[in-house]
Every structure is written in structure tokens, then in C-alpha cells.
Design a protein around this ligand. Structure first.
Ligand code: SAM
Ligand code: SF4
Length: 325
């Protein structure tokens, strides 16, 4: 599929649930409420849509949330998605907490790799950012993912002023001894936390300067995939890599190949635009595959270019947890 700007769209992110076992301050308000199950896509509905997307040329899928690992029957769903003809790569973004029990079965079911979110190595700060989480649970999850072969492990760190801007040095240091990609993400103003986020963004330039001041100059790694929003760097002698995802200060819209399916069955064409196309209603009203494929193709053609954050146009219709990042 192509959009009207000529971008080749072949990467689908599926949010499996809007619910989560944490409440990260940059993702959702504390008093968030979740959608009733009846409004969320069933396993069979997800699989049917995946087959249609695959037929339209999607070859890479990332499962996200909310927290994807809290979805019942996840392992079986992963197995079925991976069996769909045309799906070449199946990844997941998770907070890692449930990986000690799930990493091995997920790998056996066909999951290729995981991105795990971790914003600090300080247990007190971790607790404050997630509103109740325990750092050791995530650490156990990372180890379980590595032991299960869900590699390369990528660590996602959102940098939030007043919470963890100093912690980027310790996170970057992890790459010295581990073959992990640590990626620092600029905080995005989305949904109910938008005002907070606008006051707490730390530009990637500042994060990079902080890391280089403490650990030495970063070297650019050759062979950057232009579809990957994070250009890779390496500390001298490090096993792993460091990246920066600067959605605010350096948008990567020209290289965007993605679309998103929300847990309640809406096709979201850009993370930072509220434009969505409803797939759940036609699906439940009995639309055939050809009709659903036409709706998807027409929606993708209209995928927006760029975001309006610089002009203070904020996506407000959903929290990040309802989109999946
Ligand atoms: N629960 C899973 C997790 O935390 O990895 C998956 C869903 S979460 C919404 C996906 C990614 O979005 C995570 O890496 C998270 O850190 C990131 N994220 C959440 N809110 C964000 C925000 N306001 N700005 C930038 N990234 C954000
Ligand atoms: Fe949950 Fe992930 Fe959002 Fe944190 S970032 S509240 S773990 S969905």
C-alpha cells in the first residue's frame, strides 16, 4: 500500500488492550478508565484483519497496548498471527513485568523480539514514574526475554523532566556490557497528559550532551535503516547501541511506513493525528474482506503528512495507552 505522498506502508502496530498493570505519568492520567471488553476487538476479529492487512502488503506487525501481555490467550494469538501468510516479522512493545512467565512461550509461539520500556535504574524513581511499579520486575523481564532469545533486545526510555533526565547516563551505560539497543524517546504531548508533557519535554540534543559529557563521544554506527526512527550510535567499546527518537525536535514523517490498529478497532493513520477510520463497525455489520480491504486502502491513501505539534495542534482524542506508542 502507498499513501498519496508515495510512502510505502507495510508496518502495522496493533494495540491489544487499552488497559495496563502500570500507570506511567507520561502515558495516562491516574484516574484513567478502560473500555469494556465488548468494545474491543476479539481474537478472531484481529486475525481476520491481520489476514486482510497482510494481503494488502503488511509484512511487519508490532503488538502493543496498553500492556499487551495482560491480554488473555496472548500466546495463542501470537501463534495465529505469525502463521498468517506474508507476516515476516512479529515484535512486541511491553513494560516487561510479565515476561518472566511469558517470554519463553511467546518465543515458542513465534514472537521475534521485544522492546521493553524502562526509564530509570533507580527503584524509587521507577516507582514514581509508573505510579506503583517495581524495577526488579522489569529487570527480571529483560533477563527472561534475553534467555528466551527474543533478541535484539531494545530498551525504550521516555525522558521526562523532573523524573529521569539525569538517569539517561546510567541507562546509556547499560550498552557497555549488554548487546542491547537503548533508545531515548522525546516525551510527546498526547491525550490527558498533554499539558504536563509540554512542560516536561527534554530535547534529545540535551540528553545526548548529558550522555557524552559523562561517558565520552558517541560514534555513529554505519548502515542506518531509514525506516528506523532512531539513528544508531555507540559508546567507544560498547556492545550495544544508543538511539534517539526525536519525534518533537526532528520528526521522521518522511520515512514513516506505519499505521496503527487500536484495541477498539479503529485504524489510526498517524500517532500524532486524531484522524481515524472505523473498522470495527463494518466488521461487525458483516462487511466482506473486499469491502474491508477497500476501506483500509482508501484510509491509507489519506495518511496525513507531518504533525502539528509546533503549531500547538495536540492529538487529544486518546491517551498514549489507547494508541500504543
Ligand atoms: N505498555 C507497553 C510499554 O510501556 O512498553 C506498550 C504500550 S506504551 C503506550 C508504548 C511506548 O509508548 C512505551 O515505550 C512508552 O514508554 C511510550 N510512551 C508512552 N507515553 C508516551 C509519551 N507521552 N511520549 C512518548 N512516548 C510515550
Ligand atoms: Fe502502561 Fe506502557 Fe503506558 Fe506505562 S507506557 S502506563 S506501561 S501502557
Amino acid at each position: 500500500m502507498f499513501d498519496k505522498y508515495g510512502r510505502h506502508i507495510h508496518y502495522l502496530r496493533i494495540s491489544l488492550t487499552d488497559a495496563c498493570n502500570l500507570r506511567c505519568v507520561y502515558c495516562m492520567p491516574e484516574d484513567v478508565t478502560f473500555k469494556p471488553r465488548s468494545e474491543l476487538l476479539e481474537d478472531e476479529e484481529i486475525l481476520r484483519l491481520v489476514r486482510i492487512f497482510a494481503h494488502l502488503g503488511v509484512d511487519k506487525i508490532r503488538l502493543t497496548g496498553g500492556e499487551p501481555t495482560i491480554r488473555p490467550r496472548l500466546v495463542e494469538l501470537v501463534r495465529q498471527i505469525k502463521r498468517v501468510s506474508g507476516i515476516r516479522e512479529l515484535a512486541m512493545t511491553t513494560n516487561g513485568i510479565l515476561l518472566p512467565e511469558l517470554a519463553h512461550p511467546l518465543k515458542m509461539a513465534g514472537l521475534d523480539r521485544v522492546n521493553i520500556s524502562l526509564d530509570t535504574l533507580d527503584p524509587h524513581k521507577f516507582h514514581a514514574i509508573t505510579r506503583w511499579g517495581h524495577l526488579e520486575d522489569v529487570w527480571a523481564g529483560i533477563n527472561a526475554a534475553e534467555a528466551a532469545g527474543l533478541e535484539p533486545i531494545k530498551i525504550n526510555s521516555v525522558v521526562t523532566r523532573g523524573f529521569n533526565e539525569e538517569d539517561v547516563v546510567d541507562l546509556a551505560r547499560l550498552t557497555l556490557d549488554h548487546p542491547w539497543d537503548v533508545r531515548f524517546i522525546e516525551l510527546m504531548p498526547v491525550g490527558g497528559i498533554a499539558e504536563f508533557a509540554q512542560s516536561a519535554v527534554v530535547p534529545s540534543r540535551e540528553t545526548r550532551e548529558r550522555i557524552e559529557k559523562a561517558l565520552g563521544p558517541l560514534q555513529e554506527v554505519a548502515g542506518h535503516d531509514p525506516r528506523d526512527p532512531a539513528r544508531p550510535y555507540r559508546l567507544p567499546g560498547a556492545q550495544g547501541r544508543i538511539g534517539f527518537i526525536d519525534s518533537i525536535s526532528n520528526p521522521f514523517c518522511a520515512g514513516c511506513t506505519r499505521i496503527r490498529l487500536t484495541a477498539d478497532g479503529k485504524l489510526r493513520l498517524c500517532l500524532l493525528h486524531d484522524t481515524e477510520v472505523d473498522l470495527l463497525t463494518p466488521l461487525r455489520e458483516g462487511a466482506d474482506d473486499e469491502t474491508l480491504a477497500r476501506i483500509i486502502r482508501e484510509a491509507v491513501w489519506e495518511k496525513p503528512w507531518g504533525h502539528g505539534l509546533a503549531r500547538n495542534v495536540i492529538p487529544r482524542s486518546r491517551h498514549m495507552s489507547q494508541i500504543g506508542g
